[in-house]
Design a protein around this ligand. Structure first.
Ligand SMILES: Nc1nc2c(ncn2[C@@H]2O[C@H](COP(=O)(O)OP(=O)(O)OP(=O)(O)O)[C@@H](O)[C@H]2O)c(=O)[nH]1
Ligand SMILES: [Mg+2]
Ligand SMILES: [Zn+2]
Length: 382
């Protein structure tokens, strides 16, 4: 069993000046105009270093001598039929290699592109990837790549759902990103603190931030996870305020890069205003990825993520008498003993069981060299 990792917020004392001279808006460039022309026609020369864009040794180590002429470019927008990229030269429309589809790329990916044609020659291996299996899909759906911190956004209203938050946490843990829960719309709730404490109890060391995405204080509340070289992503249901937060993080010096939409009064559901994933510069440095609101999140391939999420159960399992204990009826079961002693929450155990079953059911079983079967291991696809 892998060790349980705990990561706190990352401090960035070296955060440099805001990069306000750079054009930040990719999403509202008309489809008819190539991105690079649309931007260079009216914008000052960009002043970004690769490090500003989130490049690090992890990617530099993947370069080969033959790559010298290629341009490291960050995927900033994934449409059904095209990719937008960001390099030191500014924004570009990337061309796909034969046989590739836009679904093979995630916002946040690093690719090496040819200088003039902007043809993608190679995608670099990912530090982290947020992906989910979708019914009938060709492969997993990629939500974002090379994300340091995942902001899981939920509102203090009917959207708040513990079992769903646990799914997001399992996904974030599995991807290798630090999860942080953001609680919005506290101004509309009677007892916002109750939401805060319920969320904080979901995982050890989990940071929970209550904020109003519509006011500038939200940016300072999240400063510990943002800053030069850092990439954060927002996920959550439609209408919880993800795009509103993107606009606030982008800062008042920019036009709001993302459209936002009111929710339905009677059930607090959003209207799926955002339809594509996109990368935006944060005024204080770093990048934020906005994603469309998710309707459901089925888990698969998140065994490690579940172990981390339910650490109190994971830690008891080795103390059970039988190694393959199901913690239901076996004698000498440490999990059942903890339940009786009142040190383990029965509802947590029930949710752990449900999520684990779903994960096992959805995780493809690979046939090993001697015909033995083993679940696909973590980190198999980067
Ligand atoms: N009262 C209140 N309204 C908020 C708050 N945060 C966001 N809103 C409003 O909630 C609505 C939905 O916000 P969006 O940012 O469009 O939500 P989204 O999560 O991007 O939604 P999708 O793009 O549909 O996934 C907007 O009308 C916001 O102004 C908050 O803290 N308090
Ligand atoms: Mg949105
Ligand atoms: Zn047991």
């Amino acid at each position: 069993m892998p060790p349980i990792q705990r990561r706190g917020p990352i401090a960035h004392p070296e955060r440099s000046a805001p990069l306000l001279s750079f054009p930040r808006i990719l999403s509202n460039v008309s489809d008819a105009v190539p991105l690079v022309e649309a931007v260079t026609a009216s914008s000052p020369a960009p002043s970004l270093s690769l490090a500003d864009l989130g490049w690090s040794e992890f990617f530099g180590d993947q370069l080969e001598p033959g790559d010298a002429d290629l341009i490291p470019t960050r995927v900033a927008m994934v449409h059904r039929d095209r990719l937008g990229g960001l390099s030191q030269a500014g924004q570009t429309d990337l061309s796909l290699p034969p046989q590739a589809t836009t679904g093979d790329y995630a916002v946040g990916d690093w690719v090496l592109a040819e200088p003039h044609s902007h043809l993608v020659r190679r995608r670099l291996a990912r530090k982290t990837v947020l992906e989910r299996r979708v019914q009938g899909g060709r492969g997993p759906q990629l939500a974002a790549a090379n994300v340091d911190t995942l902001f899981i956004v939920t509102s203090c209203n009917a959207d708040f759902n513990i079992a769903r938050l646990e799914r997001y946490l399992a996904l974030a843990n599995e991807a290798g990103t630090t999860p942080v829960i953001l609680l919005t719309k506290a101004d509309t709730a009677e007892d916002a603190e109750a939401y805060q404490s319920q969320a904080a109890a979901l995982q050890r060391g989990l940071a929970v931030v209550t904020l109003n995405p519509r006011i500038s204080g939200a940016a300072s509340a999240l400063a510990a996870w943002c800053g030069v070289g850092q990439t954060v992503a927002l996920i959550g249901s439609s209408g919880v305020g993800k795009s509103t937060l993107v606009n606030t993080l982008a800062g008042s010096a920019q036009q709001s890069p993302q459209q936002t939409g009111a929710i339905r009064e009677h059930d607090a559901k959003g209207r799926h205003t955002t339809t594509a994933r996109s990368l935006h510069a944060i005024a204080g440095g770093g990048w934020v990825i906005d994603t469309p609101g998710m309707r459901t999140l089925q888990v698969s391939d998140v065994g490690y993520g579940i172990d981390t999420l339910f650490a109190e159960i994971t830690e008891l399992a080795p103390l059970c008498k039988f190694r393959d204990c199901t913690h239901v009826h076996e004698p000498g079961c440490a999990v059942q003993a903890a339940l009786k002693a009142g040190t383990l929450d029965p509802e947590r155990l029930a949710r752990w069981r449900k999520l684990s079953h779903e994960n096992q059911h959805n995780t493809p079983v690979q046939t090993g060299p001697r015909g033995g079967k083993s679940p696909a291991s973590r980190g198999k696809r980067r």
